[in-house]
Design a protein. Structure first.
Length: 230
């Protein structure tokens, strides 16, 4: 199925997860993840698993600490999935863990940070790369491809946001949205669309032109859930 190109404020009938209004909320969640990443690296300087004072559950993998700490332009990808309720998600989570054990093998992968927010009952997943080409290195991994093959069994749909951070993942300045890839697994082959902008901050986010936004549940989305780099 061909990839559709959506205009900046286009709403796709029957596919509420593509509503442009989701961008602001998703980006706010990722900024929360980024603040937690900044705090962890400032205090501990390493990845790990922990619960913070709010009860939020963190998983952080940092294969290249020096590059992550550097003040240099990087690329970030945020994952938001509308999970299926009637599925055991353990198999795809196990695949995620296995891929992350080899994180240092993937050129350009600087950090993977997943946060399960206790109060909001949702997750934010932020993956940081050195440049726009680096995600393709991960996409070519065999185990990653097996995870991709499982994705339609675990999710109804996905939103994959790509951002730029000119001052680095830990530096000042907001996430600068570049584009969003949408995947709907209710179709076979999956329906796919892309919405892009000129790299402005999320303050210049698109606004819906029509329809009433429909809330979607943001669940844990794994590093293996992108069919190809967004």
């Amino acid at each position: 199925m061909a990839t559709l190109t959506l205009s900046i404020d286009e709403v796709v009938p029957g596919r509420a997860f593509t509503d442009p209004h989701h961008l602001a909320g998703d980006t706010a969640v990722l900024e929360d993840v980024r603040r937690a990443l900044r705090a962890r690296m400032g205090e501990i300087g390493a990845g790990g698993e922990w619960h913070d004072g709010s009860g939020d559950e963190h998983l952080l993998v940092v294969p290249d600490t020096a590059s992550l700490l550097a003040t240099r332009p990087v690329v970030a990808i945020g994952f938001f999935g509308q999970a299926r309720d009637d599925v055991d998600h353990a198999p795809i989570v196990e695949l995620e863990r296995s891929v992350l054990e080899r994180a240092s093998e993937f050129r350009g992968l600087l950090a993977y940070h997943n946060v399960r927010f206790a109060a909001a009952h949702q997750c934010g997943n932020l993956v940081v790369f050195t440049d726009h080409d680096a995600p393709a290195e991960l996409a070519g991994d065999d185990e990653h491809r097996r995870s991709i093959g499982r994705t339609p069994r675990h999710y109804h749909s996905l939103r994959l946001h790509r951002y730029e951070l000119p001052a680095g993942a830990l530096g000042a300045g907001p996430l600068r949205w570049v584009r969003t890839t949408y995947l709907d697994f209710s179709d076979d082959p999956p329906w796919r669309a892309v919405r892009s902008y000129d790299g402005s901050s999320v303050a210049g986010k698109p606004g819906a032109r029509r329809s009433t936004p429909t809330a979607s549940s943001s669940r844990r989305t794994t590093i293996g859930d992108q069919a190809e780099p967004p």
